[in-house]
Design a binder for this molecule. Structure first.
Ligand code: ZN
Length: 166
């Protein structure tokens, strides 16, 4: 089987324009200059979006609605906890929306988001902020190229000047 040069498949680096909205139409995230790129087949992006992009070609535009199961998972109520206020630093305000690193009962480091604050307790949620959210992507494919050996070894795409986060 021959895969055309400009078709999205494993080991291709894909550059996208995208806009992500929730079901109310609020913009959650968007690429502002088309510089979002990822390595296809390396689970760099959520499975629902990656699957929808397989086989698409340069210039294609698509709308993809990704369910929580194929996105950041369902919201798990057992990951919401009330923590005594005195477990937080005494100096400084604790406000809804603030994020802290915390150790889960399994010993993993989680990012928790403060959802409610009272005098005695702070309610924290260690679900991903987009857990339980239907994700609606508007995507335009602007470039497809072969990954370099270095990108394949690292398991992620490198930017135009080789800039990347590790
Ligand atoms: Zn790298």
């Amino acid at each position: 089987m021959t895969i055309a040069e400009n078709t999205i498949a494993e080991n291709k680096v894909v550059t996208l324009h995208y806009k992500l909205t929730d079901n109310e139409g609020a913009v959650i995230d968007q690429s502002d200059d088309g510089s979002f790129l990822y390595l296809h087949g390396a689970q760099n992006i959520i499975p629902g979006l990656e699957n929808a992009l397989t086989g698409k070609t340069n210039g294609d535009e698509l709308s993809v609605s990704v369910s929580p199961e194929e996105g950041y998972g369902e919201h798990d109520d057992s990951r919401v906890a009330s923590v005594p206020r005195d477990r937080f630093p005494a100096d400084g305000e604790i406000e809804p929306g603030m994020q802290f690193r915390a150790q889960s009962p399994e010993g993993e480091m989680d990012v928790v988001t403060v959802t409610e604050v009272s005098d005695a307790t702070v309610t924290v949620d260690s679900n991903h902020p987009l857990a339980g959210v239907q994700l609606n992507f508007e995507v335009k494919i602007v470039d497809i190229r072969d990954a370099t050996a270095e990108e394949l070894e690292h398991g992620h795409a490198h930017g135009p000047e080789g800039h990347h986060h590790h």
